[in-house]
Write a protein that binds this ligand. Structure first.
Ligand SMILES: Cc1ncc(COP(=O)(O)O)c(C=O)c1O
Length: 471
């Protein structure tokens, strides 16, 4: 056999061997697939089509329908979702009527400030509207880094990271940092976004009595279990009640027990402290001693989004692993630039924070003099007027609306039934006259409802339910 013939027969042999091998593999695969299917048919019961619930049958939907039918029956208009026909500030326009407005977060009156508007316009001209994708995946715009540096400098900490909403900031940060082996202890009045973050994290959750440092200590002392990390969450100014967290007492516990401390500054940024720096300035605390500063960009900075500020390592962890950052679009450049412009004004015009404090204190004083129940409010950005049940709160809001004041009710389940309220957001732009007029009208309208015994107590709920279900 020549060398060539030898090579040819070997390659022929190897290709037939290959075919053979492949055939055997195919057969083995087919027979194991057949066996698998046979086992499946023998062991797995046939499909049962579940009865799929219609959304109309959900108890949550039935509750919405019943509430609407009940308010229609009682002739109570829905105070929610009314459309503003202008940018809402100390005044607004709804249904063509100019109203004094206490229902917007624009605490320092920056939403229409020329500096904010011109920065917003310039940014739209250069970058359009959207960040178009996640910053991690598709890159960012210069304003993103600029805003994060500004926020870090504002708190005197190493770094910050911004998210597309304040709500998402709490959800993303808490669920990223905490896990099933951890413990979160929070004030009982903490915002829903923090609760959502804790739930998502899978951490054990304990609450302490509102603004009660000794109860927090009791919880810290009695928690059983060996947790990996402990996080305590409070709000600078509480969103529903308007009082300030007892931060010095909590810092003392932090030094004693050792935990991460997170402070939500949604309603205190630009408000507390001589220069509006927030809770740390109010108490003269070194901001670096708080592990996690959280805030929203939708309130004082009249934009949208939220931030976490703290150590460089904290920001790095969130940027690398927080789902709400990694898998969500970057903050729109125009909103980022607007927040930067608002910070410029906040820093350069401390008189705005001073005006807000004057207005808050005046509102609180007048309301208390008029016999209104302002609960725990310290008279800053948020002053609630507690009125009892949800129905009465809704009607009071409607009566004020008719009289020329826009202030919205907070009703069950956002607050416990019986603690329904109107919540007044105070801004630096409100005039003394607007505040006086609003307090007087609120006291008058509430007195009228009380004299008419208007509220849930005056209604035969059983009777009404019967009537509604027989429709
Ligand atoms: C205390 C607190 N945290 C977080 C948020 C969520 O912020 P945003 O409305 O900007 O999403 C709010 C909203 O009102 C709030 O009151």
């Amino acid at each position: 056999m020549s060398k060539n013939e030898e090579r040819h027969s070997v390659s022929k042999m190897s290709s037939s061997l290959k075919e053979n091998l492949l055939d055997r593999m195919r057969n083995t695969h087919q027979s194991s697939e057949k066996n698998r299917m046979a086992r499946f048919e023998r062991d797995v019961p046939p499909p049962v089509r579940r009865k799929q619930t219609k959304f109309e049958d959900l108890p949550e939907y039935k509750q919405v329908v019943t509430q609407k039918a009940a308010s229609d029956q009682l002739g109570i208009a829905n105070p929610f979702y009314r459309a503003h026909q202008t940018a809402a500030g100390a005044t607004t326009v709804i249904d063509g009527r100019k109203l004094i407005n206490f229902a917007s977060y624009d605490y320092l009156g920056l939403n229409r400030h020329p500096h904010v508007l011109s920065q917003a316009h310039d940014t739209i001209n250069s970058f359009g509207i959207s960040a178009s994708a996640s910053r991690l995946v598709a890159g960012e715009r210069p304003v993103h880094a600029e805003l994060e540096e500004r926020i870090a400098a504002f708190y005197g900490v190493e770094a910050s990271v911004c998210f597309v909403s304040g709500y998402l900031t709490n959800v993303a940060a808490i669920s990223c940092l905490m896990g099933p082996k951890d413990l979160v202890v929070h004030d009982e009045f903490i915002h829903n976004s923090a609760l959502a973050g804790i739930k998502l994290s899978g951490a054990t959750r304990r609450l302490f009595k509102h603004n009660d440092a000794s109860d927090l200590e009791h919880v810290l002392r009695t928690v059983a279990g060996d947790y990996r990390h402990i996080l305590v969450i409070v709000e600078g100014i509480y969103s529903m009640d308007g009082d300030i967290a007892n931060l010095p007492a909590i810092m003392k516990l932090k030094a004693e027990y050792g935990f991460w401390l997170m402070v939500d500054e949604a309603h205190s940024l630009g408000i507390l402290g001589r220069r509006g720096r927030g809770t740390f300035e109010h108490f003269g605390i070194d901001p670096r001693e708080v592990d996690i500063w959280m805030g929203t960009l939708s309130k004082t900075t009249s934009s949208c989004g939220g931030y976490i500020a703290g150590s460089a390592a904290l920001a790095a962890v969130l940027k690398a692993s927080a789902g709400g950052f990694v898998y969500s679009v970057g903050l729109a450049p125009v909103l980022t630039a607007s927040a930067i412009a608002s910070l410029d004004i906040l820093e350069n015009e401390p008189e705005r924070a001073a005006a807000l404090k004057r207005n808050g204190a005046l509102f609180l004083k007048l309301a208390q003099e008029a016999g209104l129940d302002t609960g725990l409010s310290g008279g800053f950005s948020v002053v609630p007027v507690l009125v009892g049940d949800s129905l009465r709160a809704v009607q009071l809001s409607n009566d004020l609306h008719a009289a020329g004041v826009n202030a919205l009710p907070i009703i069950h389940p956002a607050v416990p039934e019986g603690l329904a309220r109107l919540r007044f957001f105070i801004t630096s732009e409100h005039t003394e006259e607007q505040i006086r007029q609003t307090v007087t009208l609120t006291a008058e309208k509430l007195k009228d409802l009380t004299e008419r015994n208007f509220g849930l107590a005056s209604i035969d709920i059983q009777q009404m339910m019967k009537m509604l279900s027989s429709r």
